[in-house]
Design a binder for this molecule. Structure first.
Ligand code: UDP
Length: 212
C-alpha cells in the first residue's frame, strides 16, 4: 500500500494535483505535510457496488452514466453518515468556493486514476479520499491528504472482474496479498519475481480481528 500510494501521489504531483506526500521513508512509513483534515470522506463512484447498492437498491455492477460524488461525515461514533452538499455548507465545514474546488479536483483525480488503472487492465470502481488545509501559506491552501491504494479504492480486473482490493478482506475472499501485489506489479513498481515475504501472518490476523 505504501509503495502503491507513493507511486500514485507522486504521479499526481506531476500533473498538478497537490497532495500531502513529501517522501516515502521506508516500507511502512511516509513523510507527509501537516494539514488540518476536513472532516469529510469524499467518495467517487464509476460503477455501483457496496453501500450504494445496499442503500438505494441500484443493481450491483451498474456502470454509472457519469461519476457520482458522495460525501460522508468523518465520525466513527455516528458510523460516517452520508451527508449532502447542503449539510456541508450549512454547518460551514466548507464554503461554496472550497467545495466547488474539491469537486473539480475529484473529477480530475477520477479521470487520472481511471486512465492509469485502465492502462494496466484494472477497472476503477470507486474510491475514497480526504482533503486538508495546509499550514504552508497564509492562504490556507487545500490539498489531497490521504493514501490512494487498494485499501481505499475498489479495483476489478478488466477481463474477469476479479476483486484486487480490500473487499477480498471484507468479504473473506482470501488471497489479499497476491491481489495487492498484482496491482503493484501491473503499475510497474514491483518486479515479477518480487516476493512480499516480510508480512507477519500473526500481525495480519490480529488486524483482521480488530478492523473489519
Ligand atoms: N472507503 C474507504 N474508507 C471508508 C469507507 C469507504 O476507503 O471508511 C472506500 C471503499 O474502499 C470504497 C469506497 O470508499 O472504495 C466506497 O465505499 P462504500 O461506501 O461502498 O462502503 P462499504 O461498501 O465499504 O461500506
Amino acid at each position: 500500500n505504501n509503495r502503491i500510494s507513493e507511486h500514485i501521489l507522486s504521479n499526481l504531483s506531476e500533473v498538478g494535483i497537490k497532495n500531502h506526500l513529501v517522501k516515502r521513508i521506508n516500507m511502512r512509513e511516509q513523510l507527509v505535510k501537516l494539514v488540518d483534515i476536513i472532516p469529510i470522506e469524499f467518495i467517487v463512484r464509476n460503477i455501483a457496488t457496496g453501500s450504494l447498492t445496499k442503500r438505494l437498491g441500484i443493481e450491483e455492477g451498474t456502470v454509472l452514466e457519469r461519476p457520482l460524488i458522495e460525501y460522508c461525515l468523518k465520525d466513527d461514533k455516528l458510523g460516517d453518515p452520508i451527508i449532502s452538499r447542503e449539510h456541508i455548507l450549512t454547518f460551514n465545514w466548507l464554503n461554496v468556493m472550497q467545495l466547488d474546488w474539491i469537486d473539480e479536483n475529484l473529477s480530475r483525480l477520477n479521470d487520472f486514476l481511471l486512465g492509469m488503472f485502465r492502462g494496466v487492465g484494472i477497472k476503477l470502481v470507486d474510491f475514497k479520499v480526504e482533503f486538508g488545509f495546509t499550514h504552508e501559506s497564509e492562504k490556507n491552501q487545500i490539498i489531497l491528504a490521504d493514501e490512494i491504494s487498494p485499501d481505499t479504492c475498489r479495483l476489478w480486473d478488466t477481463l474477469t472482474d476479479k476483486k484486487l482490493d480490500k473487499d477480498r478482506f471484507r468479504k473473506d475472499l482470501g488471497d489479499l496479498i497476491p491481489a495487492y501485489t498484482e496491482v503493484a506489479k501491473r503499475l510497474g513498481i514491483l518486479h515479477e519475481q518480487s516476493n512480499v515475504s516480510a508480512v507477519n501472518v500473526t500481525q495480519l490476523s490480529s488486524v483482521k480481528r480488530k478492523k473489519k
